[in-house]
Design a binder for this molecule. Structure first.
Ligand SMILES: *Cc1c(COP(=O)(O)O)cnc(C)c1O
Length: 395
């Protein structure tokens, strides 16, 4: 008999993945995340990053990171509650609060652990969390870590949300409605004005995870709350510093009370080392750039519009995205995988997304256009889409 330490039970599961055709290797990027990259040894146009503004390899961010390393070192040395809270961490939170037009902000080491740490800290036994069915995995995990009860409403369906509130609100002390600001698979925006109205009608709090809205929507990328002019009416405004901002980290923007409480009960703040100086320096520079100028967000939206229009004219189904996220819906799972593979062979990297991430029969490649793409690169990508589309009789 084989020893348990050979992990036979995991080997069996890995073989199941292989049988199902969903086993994969991680693609390897050689060099920085740019509009054009060397991936698995091949030069391709990159349509798969969350580097919306092209900040990940921006000279100003890199210099600011280097400067922060020179002044503060490579690591922060401890969790924030001991001695890992440097003045640049405080500076970043003040700047974020100003950028988000909120009273205060609390920074975490990632968007993922921001959700994992915040949701459980602000809810408890006797409360209810009401969540959109398409919310991100980190919200689902954060909710699981809470002692509150939970309910799910149909995606962006306000009748479904109101039904849950009507049935359940009175049975609980506090209610928290959680939604993504921008849904990452289709690029649709949450119906935030209606959600906030319902929250106010039923005395519930609101929590928006704006990972794909930060740096994208609102004035110079201030997010979905700013896009709808809902300042002061959303209790917890979550953002990531890993996508458009180009570095790493997550945050909650909102009231001073929120910040005070998370300082004491946000478990990733208490039990995980704070962001390294290089990250903090780069993020501060990114926020300054957005506060100086809207040229980056304008470029992003212009590029996205250009690319979406060209694909649409060719006859591709680009879904109902309202943001730079551009799905190209192919349908059948195997065909979607094949489409992505052929694009790669001709020089475009765009990863396929199929069931169970999206419903069966709605397989797609999800194109992420950024401010860093040139018109020439986008034209070249469109030509390759057309070629593969015709070859596969999608067009
Ligand atoms: C990407 C994403 C996260 C995770 O953010 P990281 O900073 O990459 O950990 C959280 N929520 C949503 C909705 C996301 O899209």
């Amino acid at each position: 008999m084989s020893s348990i330490h050979e992990l036979g039970y995991l080997k069996e599961k890995i073989n199941e993945l292989k049988d199902e055709g969903v086993y994969r290797k991680l693609p390897i990027l050689e060099g920085p995340n740019e509009a054009e990259v060397i991936l698995d040894g091949k030069k391709v146009i990159n349509l798969s990053s969350n580097n919306y503004l092209g900040f990940a390899n921006h000279p100003r961010l890199k210099q600011a990171s280097i400067d922060a390393v020179k002044k503060y070192g490579a690591g922060s040395g401890a969790v924030r509650t001991i001695i890992g809270n440097m003045d640049i961490h405080e500076e970043l939170e003040e700047l974020l609060a100003e950028f988000k037009r909120e009273e205060a902000a609390m920074v975490f080491q990632s968007g993922f652990n921001c959700n994992a740490g915040t949701i459980q800290a602000i809810t408890g036994a006797g409360d209810i969390i009401i969540s959109d069915e398409l919310n991100h995995a980190s919200i689902i995990d954060g909710t699981r870590l809470s002692k509150a009860d939970r309910a799910v409403y149909k995606h962006s369906d306000m009748d479904s949300l109101e039904k849950v509130l009507k049935e359940k609100r009175d049975k609980y002390k506090n209610a928290l409605i959680i939604t993504d600001g921008v849904f990452s698979m289709d690029g649709d925006i949450a119906k935030l004005p209606e959600i906030v109205d319902l929250a106010e009608k039923y005395n519930a709090m609101t929590y928006v995870d704006d990972a794909h809205g930060s740096g994208v929507l609102g004035e110079s990328g201030r997010g979905t709350v700013d896009h709808f002019g809902l300042h002061g009416r959303v209790d917890f405004s979550i953002g990531t510093l890993s996508k458009a901002i180009g570095v790493i980290g997550g945050y909650v923007a909102g009231s001073k009370t929120m910040q005070e409480w998370l300082n004491h009960r946000g478990r990733p703040i208490l039990f995980s080392t704070s962001l390294p100086p290089a990250a903090v320096g780069g993020i501060i520079e990114a926020l300054k750039m957005l506060m100086e100028s809207s040229e980056y967000t304008e470029k992003l939206w212009n590029n996205a519009k250009y690319f979406k229009e060209k694909l649409g004219v060719l006859g591709f189904d680009t879904g109902h995205s309202e943001t730079p996220i551009t799905p190209v819906i192919i349908g059948e799972e195997a065909k979607t995988m094949d489409f992505s593979k052929k694009l790669f062979e001709l020089g475009v990297f765009v990863s396929p997304i199929v069931f169970p991430t999206v419903p069966k029969g709605t397989g797609r490649v999800r194109c992420m256009v950024t401010a860093g793409h040139t018109t020439e690169q986008l034209d070249r990508a469109v030509d390759i889409f057309e070629k593969v589309g015709r070859e596969m009789k999608i067009l």
